[in-house]
Design a protein around this ligand. Structure first.
Ligand SMILES: [Mn+2]
Length: 345
């Protein structure tokens, strides 16, 4: 594993940089990419985040730089392969997490990764650890990748006279990253470092109320309706310690749901009294089922996700199952039931 100083040096010496956030993107991935891209553009570099899917609407407030130029693009040719100095995975470290752009990622002269998902770390027999990139910093202790990006920007600032930080927009992007990945400072990953970073960026003119309203009080009616549909489809298991729910592609199309608008379903499920493990399945396509797991206290749902080639954290993880939706619901229900019955013995 490398240091953020190594990552900062590579970025400092590069001209053309592409960032790769994860599929099913979120406030942490988007906010971290925006913060890095703005700093790089301020230094006169060409930097974009590559992303194919729609970005959740509640993150749209930060998607353009001060000149109105978007930070995100779906066009891998925006920087030609021969000009691509750096590919950098942000808030992800598994090939499946940015699948459409794997070849582009590898085409860069140097690859970097800054992430906080423990499942992105590979441990060799001799005990050494690494990620998928030439230079990786993967720190599961960090509540959000935005926390690592804050330290990365400080390293970058120490190398240049160009003022990168303090910067209000970068601060707001980092706040978005940290508030979303900590459940607005409620989850058990919320630690001293989160508050230290918040104390620092609150001096940057960050309007936390404005950003919070953008992120949390900006819900389309369709999101409320799909949550209601998911609640109707929910089954309680293991005497109320587990819950599983799903929505079909038909449900999503009928209601008109956009990207990110089912993210709050697992949060509502986990909030039920007595529940410890929940899973929510979304039929993205026929036989392509996205599964989101959450745990409340003792359980480690990353194990369940990893058994299906997914990944994540102890209390929040996910995977993709390639089977019909009702088979997937049955499988996940059975596995959670077994896990709960096993772990309370
Ligand atoms: Mn994250």
């Amino acid at each position: 594993m490398n240091t953020l100083r190594d990552i900062a040096e590579k970025l400092y010496n590069a001209n053309n940089i592409l960032l790769y956030p994860h599929v099913g993107t979120d406030g942490d991935a988007v906010g971290s990419c925006v913060a890095i891209a703005k700093a790089l553009r301020t230094m006169g570099k060409t930097a974009y985040a590559l992303y194919e899917e729609e970005i959740p609407g509640n993150l749209s407030f930060m998607l353009n730089d001060p000149e109105g130029k978007p930070y995100f693009t779906s066009d891998p040719e925006i920087i030609r392969d021969e000009d691509l100095d750096i590919s950098m995975a942000v808030d992800c470290g598994g090939w499946d997490r940015f699948k459409p752009y794997q070849d582009k990622f590898r085409a860069a002269k140097t690859t970097l990764c800054v992430d906080h998902h423990g499942t992105s770390i590979t441990t060799e027999e001799d005990g050494t650890t690494h990620g998928i990139a030439d230079y990786s910093v993967i720190d599961p202790e960090a509540a959000a990748t935005g926390i690592l990006v804050f330290d990365l920007l400080r390293e970058m600032q120490s190398m240049t006279d160009v003022k990168l930080i303090p910067d209000k927009e970068i601060g707001e992007a980092l706040f978005a990253a940290i508030t979303t990945d900590t459940g607005n400072f409620q989850y058990s990953n919320t630690n001293r470092k989160c508050y230290e970073v918040m104390a620092e960026i609150s001096d940057w003119g960050v309007d936390t109320n404005k950003v919070s309203v953008e992120i949390y009080e900006n819900v389309r009616l369709e999101e409320v309706k799909i949550k209601s549909r998911a609640m109707d489809n929910m089954t309680m298991i293991s005497g109320g310690k587990g819950a599983v729910s799903y929505v079909t592609k038909e449900d999503l199309e009928e209601i008109g749901v956009k990207a990110g608008e089912t993210d709050s379903v697992v949060v509502a499920m986990r909030a039920i009294r007595g529940v410890d493990v929940v899973a929510f399945l979304k039929e993205k396509d026929r036989n392509v089922i996205r599964v989101s797991y959450r745990a409340k206290s003792f359980a480690d749902v990353s194990k369940l996700a990893v058994s299906h080639n997914g990944g994540g954290h102890r209390k929040a993880a996910g995977c993709t199952l390639y089977m019909p939706i009702h088979e997937a619901v049955e499988l996940v229900t059975r596995e959670i039931g077994e896990y709960l019955d096993e772990s309370v013995k």
